[in-house]
Design a protein around this ligand. Structure first.
Ligand code: HEM
Length: 380
């Protein structure tokens, strides 16, 4: 039973998780204020993610590599991206990420109220990413400012402001590419330099293609890692027994627990598709050329699939959609998982206690963002 399709559901300014929790029992599909068809349940979101022929990823007018590509073209670029995010490619960075986490945790003030998103998640995400990509540490301030601005623009839904922020971010990326591509550039061997030498269709990648690839890595990494750290520490702050358990848990258990916490409050909210033909889904006829939104946050809380959302890391792992599914499944999953595990372990081993500040409640993000804007915590 799908219920009547509400004509248009305003989501802006609301807590998306709470709002989609209200809508999902009655509606498999709703239309948002922009006229997009929003899929809310696990079955439909998974079906659309797996059906990349009828649900095309070419939903943006901007070049998005590999996110916005389809078919053979997607595979060609995706093969390049995957090489940098494999277990083998990432293993040398484990000790570097550990150092980054330990240094950050060592400098966090004790017995003061900190924000898990802005004081822990953001600097960790930026430093880990600069270390991985071989970017200079001096970019930290610019990148932190960009994350804040990018979140603010997403909330404001102002296209002109969004274009200006995107342009600034592309400028940061161009500043790291240019010296590596200049004639007679010194021979270094970091991840960005190697990417600059990649070829596709027998030619070098263009600047525009490099900027797009790096934008999707960094955009995916920085915002999602910061929000994920907020979600994670808020949950652990409310579950001290779980926090104690994790101090001596295996890596696999820590990863499963993190995935389950992110399933319950997935901060990577949604992705768009465009229908390539009329499609019947969730009891509705969607015309050709319509924009469809796969709402991962809602699908990940589908009570029928996840046993009324009890906490069951191992039992829910197979159906977890935090990192997507199908052709466009997140290639950065291992990097994100290792970064989050390393930061969690580093915090848990270095602090005596971590708890939610009792005088300042956590503040939820609002649509189109997920997770928390502010998670005040105290460490001792
Ligand atoms: C907690 C962190 C992260 C979450 C929750 C997340 C989630 C996702 C999801 C759900 C998708 C599927 C998008 C779709 O189907 O349209 C995706 C795709 C993608 N992610 Fe992530 N991601 C995270 C971190 C990262 C990191 C660290 C990187 C790279 C450094 C990354 C790079 C990408 C790229 C390039 C795609 C597009 C793949 C394609 O189109 O083939 N992500 N991510």
């Amino acid at each position: 039973m799908n219920g009547q399709l509400p004509e248009s559901v305003p989501l802006a300014g609301l807590d998306l998780r709470a709002r989609t929790d209200e809508l999902r029992p009655e509606h498999a599909v709703v239309r948002n204020a922009r006229g997009e068809w929003v899929l809310l349940r696990h079955a439909e979101v998974l079906a659309a993610a797996l059906d990349d022929e009828r649900f095309s990823s070419g939903a943006s007018r901007f070049l998005q590599i590999p996110n916005g590509l389809n078919g053979e073209t997607h595979s060609r670029y995706r093969n390049i991206v995957d090489r940098y995010l494999s277990r083998e490619a990432l293993t040398p960075f484990i000790s570097i990420f550990e150092q980054v986490a330990e240094q950050l945790v060592a400098t966090l003030p004790r017995r003061n109220t900190l924000c898990a998103v802005t004081d822990i998640g953001m600097p960790f995400g930026v430093r880990a990413q600069c270390a991985w990509l071989g970017w200079p540490g001096e970019l930290e301030c610019d990148l932190l400012a960009w994350i804040r601005e990018n979140f603010a623009v997403a909330r404001s839904a102002d296209p002109a402001r969004a274009a200006a922020v995107a342009e600034r971010f592309d400028g940061i990326i161009r500043s790291v590419i240019a010296p590596r591509r200049a004639p007679g550039a010194p021979h270094s061997d970091d991840v960005t330099t190697r990417l600059c030498r990649e070829q596709v269709n027998g030619r070098s990648l263009t600047d525009e293609e490099l900027v797009s690839i790096l934008r999707n890595w960094t955009g995916g990494d920085l915002g999602s890692i910061a929000l994920s750290v907020g979600v994670l520490l808020e949950f652990l702050g409310r579950h001290p027994a779980l926090m104690r358990q994790l101090r001596s848990a295996t890596g696999a258990r820590v990863d499963a627990v993190i995935d389950e916490i992110l399933r319950l409050d997935d901060p990577f909210v949604s992705n768009r598709r465009v229908t390539t033909c009329p499609v019947r889904i969730g009891g509705h006829e969607i015309p050709e050329g319509a924009t469809v939104r796969l709402n991962w946050t809602s699908a990940n809380r589908d009570e029928r699939v996840f046993d009324h959302n009890c906490f069951d890391p191992e039992g829910h792992a197979a159906a977890n959609l935090v990192f997507g599914a199908g052709r466009h499944v997140c290639p950065g999953r291992l990097l994100a998982t290792w970064e989050l595990r390393i930061l969690a372990r580093s915090l848990l081993s270095a602090v005596q206690s971590l708890y939610l500040a009792d005088d300042l409640p956590p503040e939820r993000e609002t649509a189109p963002l997920g997770g928390y804007r502010r998670v005040p915590v105290v460490i001792t």
